[in-house]
Ligand binder design. Sequence first.
Ligand SMILES: Cc1cc2nc3c(=O)[nH]c(=O)nc-3n(C[C@H](O)[C@H](O)[C@H](O)COP(=O)(O)OP(=O)(O)OC[C@H]3O[C@@H](n4cnc5c(N)ncnc54)[C@H](O)[C@@H]3O)c2cc1C
Length: 374
Amino acid sequence: MYDLIVVGAGPAGSAAARAAALQGLDTLILEKEHFPRYKPCGGALSSRAASLLDFTLPYEVCERTITGARVHFRDRVLERHKGYNLTTLITRCQFDHLLLQKAKEAGADTKTEKVQAFQEKDEYVSVKTKDGIYRGKFLVIASGCQDSLKNKICGPDKKENMGVCLVAEIKEDDQKIKERLAGTLDIHFGMAEGGYGWIFPHRGYYSVGIGGLSSRLHHPRRAMLQFLKKNGFTEEQKLHGHLIPQGGNKRRTAYGRVLLAGDAAGFVDAFTGEGICYALSSGKIAGQVIGDTPAPEVASAYEKRIGKDFGEELRYALFLSKMMHNYPEIFLRILACREEVLDRYIEIAAAKISYKDFLRWLLPRLPLSLLRTL
Ligand SMILES: Cc1cc2nc3c(=O)[nH]c(=O)nc-3n(C[C@H](O)[C@H](O)[C@H](O)COP(=O)(O)OP(=O)(O)OC[C@H]3O[C@@H](n4cnc5c(N)ncnc54)[C@H](O)[C@@H]3O)c2cc1C
């Protein structure tokens, strides 16, 4: 009998396992893939996300420091920089491997097994894999958004609340990457319906991708090929597709002895697609709450902590993304073409300003016609 079983060793699962093991809980992680494993991602770790780690990221993992953003919309290009780090670029296979090592160092056990089902009993949760049955007093489901285990708690995903992304890692000489982007995230609005395209300057490669709402981006592959071509890349790239949940919608994230964390809980910024921050944060909260709360109160304590720590941020991000979807032309002309707006917006990644404060500042500057559409 474990105190806690965690399904999935992405940022949410490893953060949950580390937090629980550090409190002395007997913790098991069940992960279906052998690590290090590939994960489709842009690899942008915001300063806010990095600040949640209780250890320093080694140099090999931090590929580039990002201090600014270049935003394209139609024929306009706007670039703003800050004098400090907004984001660090990492490669997920190394980053996630490191997080898993940190969970193990804290005392968590790991097994490479795919969880097929779970069942909650009065005193524990029974977890079934191909190789056997495990028992844990609590279960954290951190198996991402494409796995169906979470559905027992929150129900199936609605298509309108899901995004779809395509990404390619394109090798390039570091000097050329530096000359093209250096410390800049390159964001292209208007390339993908209900979302955007990105070019991120990693070490030795670009992450190039597009992401948009599943209900609007009907031909993601076509949009991706256009995006590649438009930006001077050949179309013969290995493309990886992945779903991404739209955060900020109401859904159940805990019940009885089972908690959902990270993408499994839908904790992703609906405007930018940032999810690592909320995966780390929710995982950590799950591990802590299980360690320090009486069993019958764990589920409600978890949902309360999530609501307090970042629930409001995700709702404001959703609000912003709805503004963009309802009136893209006007909204993007403001975000992508007005220096003061972009200048403020990028401060969110560094936690210098919250979404709430950004929106409070932005609303009086928006035209009435845009506000009427909300
Ligand atoms: C293309 C793309 C680009 C993105 N770019 C960024 C970005 O630049 N910055 C950012 O902050 N966010 C980004 N995101 C979002 C981010 O990747 C996710 O929010 C984040 O990975 C969520 O972490 P997680 O731990 O919840 O889930 P995951 O990282 O998906 O990890 C889930 C783990 O569970 C395992 N698993 C699944 N099912 C089972 C099972 N049944 N049994 C055992 N193990 C299982 C999987 O193998 C996996 O290792 C991006 C997403 C996509 C799709």
